[in-house]
Design a protein around this ligand. Structure first.
Ligand code: AMP
Ligand code: ZN
Length: 478
């Protein structure tokens, strides 16, 4: 069984092989920090997080970098127009650096709340201007880029593979060139590596002149190469990044290094809301804050966003988040039941028969994840296991192995609050004592006392369930 991923570059699923055995170098396109990340952005970051966690499950040492774009991302992903940060800064009458700081901080808080494991580095574009200029100089020296006044463009005709990732053909892109006669570019598809504009708020002096700032694409090439080296294993982003962003990253990186830039390109499909596009005019560009205002926890959002397959469009609705919350409670219950069965509570099932059931769930989970991160299939393995646990089908030894498996599975999914349900410890003893006192009260038909103790437990965030195997409890996670 090996890990297969869908590679946008070859348009098929391929067996994953890292360049260096046991080590993965992965770059994820991160946020442009001019506003708070919306749930579509978060889907793309969570996809990268689950991918990293799955690689770790498989035993790889993962070197992961996710950038923070704080300059040069022009509205509409174009060359001409307003820089998203500049535009926001003008609107709010603030320095763009303050805007960047504010939203970068919010981004970091949001992803931390969502259980995203921090990559090795979150590099910021504005901290890498010298690295970008060095690549631009090299591209000019090699004849892949040219200067017009104080601007520098990449010459797409100098890179025969331009268009391979997106499927765009230069001939088709050329159409526009004839229309825009006054274009200073040699080819309509040539893209800016460096621009000069005295009105731009964030600008740097360079040998090209004063008032310069980088193009968005060169930023990612420079940060990836600096932090991960010239050859990456995986590069990710949302589907809108395929063109022009990643197409341009490949062109400039490969012309600069003479080496293939990334072996696998993986793209998350867009998130939709209530079956349509997210848009400001519809007022449905939701953030984690909007979810929390409506009483949803970060973990419900995390589960909602990772539960669909990343290459399927995901339709966000409020009903779905509520459903995921209920589903998560079932997974919490699976874990706490396994812990108790491993502890000898409940009906002991047969270890031999139980072993086959557990192995089957593990197989479904692993083969699902290995099949291009099929999270829906992997999650179904946990629900399958839950059904067996509810039937009391696992013996005590197998239940202990089940606890171990669910913990490992949750290292990948990051949605079950396993620590809250860990057995033992003083706090748990106190709860066990209350649960027992309630049972004693019920046995002596003292319903008032039983209800009172139950309320006390609920106040402490404890859920009690009276089952055929006796009373079980677990901590209510958010
Ligand atoms: P940006 O902040 O615009 O640079 O986008 C950050 C990341 O979010 C990029 O990888 C985008 O491709 C991704 N993204 C943007 N909108 C969506 C969406 N609706 N669904 C999924 N990913 C998205
Ligand atoms: Zn990027």
């Amino acid at each position: 069984m090996s890990f297969h991923v869908y590679n946008s570059l070859t348009r098929r699923k391929e067996r994953f092989e890292s360049r260096e055995q046991g080590v993965v170098r992965m770059y994820n396109c991160g946020p442009t920090v001019y506003s708070r990340a919306h749930i579509g952005n978060l889907r793309s970051f969570l996809f990268a997080d689950v991918l990293r966690r799955w690689l770790e499950y498989l035993g790889y040492e993962v070197h992961q970098v996710m950038n923070i774009t704080d300059v040069g991302h022009i509205q509409g992903d174009a060359d001409e127009g307003e820089d998203k940060l500049d535009a926001q800064a003008k609107k709010d009458r603030l320095d763009p650096r303050e805007i960047a700081k504010r939203y970068a901080d919010e981004f970091l808080a949001d992803v931390a709340a969502l259980g995203v494991r921090a990559p090795e580095v979150y590099p910021r574009a504005t901290d890498h201007i010298p690295e970008m200029l060095a690549i631009i100089d090299d591209l000019i020296a090699k004849g892949n880029a040219y200067q017009v006044g104080q601007d520098v463009y990449f010459d797409v005709t100098s890179f025969p593979n331009y268009g391979r990732l997106s499927g765009n053909k230069l001939e088709d892109l050329e159409g526009g060139a004839r229309v825009e006669v006054r274009e200073e570019k040699r080819h309509h598809a040539d893209f800016a590596l460096w621009k000069s504009d005295p009105k731009h708020l964030m600008k740097w002096d360079s040998h090209f002149g004063p008032d310069g700032f980088p193009g968005w694409h060169i930023e990612c090439s420079a940060m990836a190469i600096k932090h991960l080296g010239e050859e990456l294993d995986i590069h990710t982003g949302g589907e809108d990044n395929v063109f022009p962003h990643h197409e341009c990253e490949i062109a400039q990186s490969e012309c600069h290094t003479g080496k293939p830039f990334a072996r696998y390109w993986m793209h998350a499909k867009f998130l939709q809301v209530e079956g349509g596009k997210m848009s400001k005019s519809l007022g449905n560009v939701y953030t984690l804050g909007d979810l929390e205002e409506r009483g949803h926890s970060p973990r419900s959002l995390r589960f909602t966003l990772i539960r669909g397959h990343y290459r399927q469009p995901l339709n966000f609705t409020w009903d779905i988040v509520a459903e995921q919350k209920a589903a998560l409670e079932k997974l919490d219950e699976l874990y706490s039941r396994l812990v108790r069965a491993a502890d000898g509570q409940g009906t002991p099932g047969d270890d031999d028969a139980g072993r086959a059931l557990l192995d089957d769930s593990i197989e479904t989970f692993e083969s699902g994840m290995n099949d291009d991160l099929n999270v829906p299939r992997a999650v179904s393995a946990l629900f399958q296991l839950r059904a067996h646990v509810l039937e009391g089908a696992l013996g005590r030894t197998v239940a202990a192995a089940g606890v171990d498996f669910v913990r490992r599975a949750n290292d990948v999914l990051g949605v079950i609050d396993v620590d809250a349900n860990a057995a033992g410890g003083e706090a748990n003893e106190a709860i066990e004592a209350l649960v027992q006192a309630r049972l004693d009260a019920r046995a002596s038909k003292d319903w008032a006392a039983s209800d009172r103790i139950r309320d006390e437990l609920v106040a402490q965030g404890i859920v009690i369930q009276d089952t055929a195997d006796g009373t079980i409890w677990r901590r209510q996670a958010e």
